[in-house]
Ligand binder design. Sequence first.
Ligand code: ARG
Ligand code: GLU
Length: 710
Amino acid sequence: MKKILCFLLILPGLILTARSDEGMWLPILLKSIEGDMQKNGFKLTAEDIYSVNKSSMKDAVVLFGGGCTGELISNEGLMLTNHHCGFGQIQSHSTVEKDYLTEGFWAMNKKEELQNPGLSVTFIIRMEDVTQKVLSGIKDKLTETERADMIKANIAKVSGELSKESYQSVAIRPFYNGNEFYAFVTETYKDVRLVGAPPQSIGNFGGDTDNWVWPRHNADFCIFRIYSGPDGKPAEYSENNIPYKPKYFFPVSMKGVDEDDFTMVYGFPGRTQEYISSYAVDFTMNYEDPTRIKIRDARLGLMLEDMRKNDTIRIQYASKYAGVANGWKKWKGEVKGLKKTNALEKKKIYESDFKKRVGMKGKKEGEILTKLGEIYQKYTPLKAEEVYFSEVYNGIEHLALANKTAALLTIPDEALLKAEALKLIPGAEGFFKNYTASVDHKIMAALLKIYAEDLGENRLPPYLLTLKKQYNNNWQEFADAYFKTSVFTDFGRFKAAMENPNLKTLSADPAILLANGMSLWYNSEILPPVGRMITSIDSLNRLYMTAQRTYMTEKKFYPDANSTLRVTYGRVEGFSPDDGITYSAFTTLDGLFEKNMAQPENPDYTYNKKLHTLYIKKDYGKYAAKDGKIHTCFIASNHTSGGNSGSPVLNDKGELIGINFDRCWEGTMSDINYDVSLCRNISADIRFVLFVVDKVAGAGYLLNEMKLIK
Ligand code: ARG
Ligand code: GLU
């Protein structure tokens, strides 16, 4: 018995060294963790993932559009990403008559593919450490501004010197809080055509109800094709362009995934902050997130109330609601996870350990934390006010339009004024298309009330303080009068006002008064001091980063995410977020229909009829798993973040087994404090994706281009 106990006590230690799920690694620095990856089951080498000498996996991973990831899956430029990443494109091709969001879209040959102006994908051709060159001449004594200017000049110089082809670009990015710099030579393709998208009832099954939540049952994917010029190089859209021939594309595994299998995600995570001080964690967990959650609670509740009652409002506000709710749900999970993992306490213990080690060496870096603590004493309350301000200001929909229109007030010339006013009409028309004044009206009254009640009198913009007194804190009454007269809450009134601009009436419009009263105060009282403090915090964080790497030697330091290409690995595994709750790693089609059965009235759970027919007939073709079912999604312990949407999920042999599209909300604190017991990424099983392409969409011809591993 004793022996067993002893063994058990040692075992967790062993597991810790063998497992290293935390980390988003730069592909050129993989050599240092290659052994660890292999210990965890990876059968290939670092050179297979990233190589400058031969084609490698990195040649099949692209930055898609603004901030998603895509992967090449055929020799003819076929590329996968998430449905929610291609959503804008799918929507832009949709009309009431051909509603691709609802019905899905499938090109049955290359001629039917749809062009997407403004969309591009970027390949990383190579990366290079240019730290020494970028930091050459930088002395400790420089002020932050001098340092920034010098770095900027150095970056310009280094970028110019880097060897590259005329059709390639160079970007140099800071890592480790500005202590290291890497150059990226890239190729951007602008002819990217939509090949196919499943109906929303499959691609976004579960909608906002399921967003950030496990278990999940959607195939969050769509397919594009990248085109190059006839010479194979990047080119603007042209009929003469040809399907892009990638240097590498991912083979697709038909063998499926099992619990405990090695997985790896290759993509472009956006932003993490793993090395911040306890003061910063305290701010996020106890000030920023709770404030944003509280104000959005009010906003979302009021939106939903009207969306439920009225179909026009439901459609108008669907996308806005999704955007507001996405952050809200993520932050709720973040606070929960930070508390559950004692993140703040852990940081404090780490910091005192750090100070002790520094002190033992007779060094001074402990002061960095003291200084950070001093700044945060002033920064935390002020920044918290900024968070309040921004959530309230941005929560009142029409204020942005009022703010933009306020610029007219400074135009002295009448003809110019008329011309500029007319220019505002088309944009406003777009805004009002998805706007219902009664919703904004209610939200404005509620948000101003929270703002006026939560912030001390002397911390409110003076204009709001005046209103508070004038209306005796009755913001509903204020809003009622306001919405009756303002031209910014009704398109007809706004259009008339712009066709005949009158500066006197415009400057007395309650929306202009409110927008100015809030934003001018913000720009003079909040923004400048917050900006100065952020500069100091950034510079201290830079020093702290170096010091952590010097003294906390047993820790592996990967650079925080910054939208550059990263590799992360883990394994397929369920987890237990709360006492008594255990999640398994897989879902199947059964669960999709069960959700509908449990909540038939929930539109997020409306299922696709074709999918249902196939399900009833168990017509699964070659896409069923060993248990005879269609596996829909799986979770794994890969360290991912926003921006990893659409990333390829690969097995031990580098074959595609899934598409990453979300994280479990209980572990969204992984951006600050990754914990393998709680953090899971969510992926769609690639067999589910192919099943939809072939059996639901009838676009099986696309599979002929792919390399399927049986
Ligand atoms: N939570 C995911 C992300 O952060 C997906 C968002 C889109 N999906 C949705 N149902 N709203 O981007
Ligand atoms: N849905 C996220 C994205 O668009 C991925 C989820 C996450 O934040 O990990 O990138």
